[in-house]
Design a protein around this ligand. Structure first.
Ligand SMILES: [Ca+2]
Length: 141
């Protein structure tokens, strides 16, 4: 497990670095697109939002939340990503929405740093990438 210390400005400097951000989006997208068809299906995105912990961070879901409630939230996340309602999420939609989410998180944090514990198996953690990007704020725990 690693602990990152992160605040709004850390996230924004990551999102605003176009080269770095697009590279991270490319990598995350490629690792989520399991069948390599160039778009994310509902289940591929669900896997992604689980590793990004979108649901937890956005909706405060925990172990006591009923499964059907969680499924509904995953559906809502998919609808949000699938901007053109094509039934799949392409690279551009994915990048745009991840950016929106990160900016929203950054605005929520403001300049108040928080500690965030990340599991090693969180392969796609944009927050960790953001912390890595700023450097020297990631600690092994
Ligand atoms: Ca796919």
């Amino acid at each position: 497990m690693v602990v990152v210390i992160i605040d709004g400005s850390t996230i924004l400097s990551f999102v605003n670095n176009e080269t770095q951000f697009q590279k991270s989006i490319e990598e995350a997208f490629a690792s989520l697109d399991l069948d390599n068809d160039g778009v994310l299906s509902r289940s591929e995105l669900r896997r992604g939002s689980e590793s990004l912990r979108l649901i937890e961070t956005h909706f405060g879901v925990d172990f006591s939340t009923p499964a059907e409630e969680v499924a509904k939230l995953h559906d809502a996340v998919f609808e949000k990503f699938d901007c053109d309602k094509s039934g799949t999420v392409d690279r551009k939609e994915f990048g745009n929405e991840v950016r929106n989410i990160l900016v929203a998180i950054a605005e929520g944090l403001g300049f108040c740093p928080i500690q965030m514990a990340l599991e090693d198996e969180d392969k796609i953690s944009f927050l960790k990438l953001a912390a890595d990007f700023e450097g020297s704020k990631v600690f092994a725990a």
